[in-house]
Design a protein around this ligand. Structure first.
Ligand code: FES
Length: 107
């Protein structure tokens, strides 16, 4: 898990591909980064809801609100996460010129 701005992201690596999702489970905020991963599905450690890390869709009940997913690119051992645009009124000064953040580690 890493913190990027005001978000905490959980990273997963499946078959050589990195995925980043919000660490907060849409159910009650459980830490998805601490969940067990089976294939592309992570199980929330609090109540067992399951989420596809590729799409954010709930694996059992697709109609529930999905977990937020963020595109990840790996380059030279670094991970780059694309975050959604933040309205300028809500941006911290350091955020003003960057839509893509660098994250270290992964897996
Ligand atoms: S908080 Fe994740 S399943 Fe309840």
């Amino acid at each position: 898990m890493i913190r990027v701005g005001e978000k905490t992201l959980a990273f997963f690596k499946v078959e050589g591909v990195y995925y980043a999702i919000s660490n907060a489970c849409p159910h009650k905020g459980g830490p998805l980064g601490q969940g067990d991963l089976c294939g592309h599905v992570v199980t929330c450690p609090w109540h067992g809801w399951t989420w596809d890390v590729r799409t954010g869709v709930n694996a059992r009940i697709p109609s529930v609100r999905p977990v937020q997913c963020y595109p990840v690119k790996a380059n030279d051992g670094q991970l780059y996460v694309e975050l959604p645009e933040v309205p300028s009124a809500n941006r911290a000064p350091a955020d003003a010129d960057s839509d893509q953040r660098q994250a270290s580690g992964g897996g």
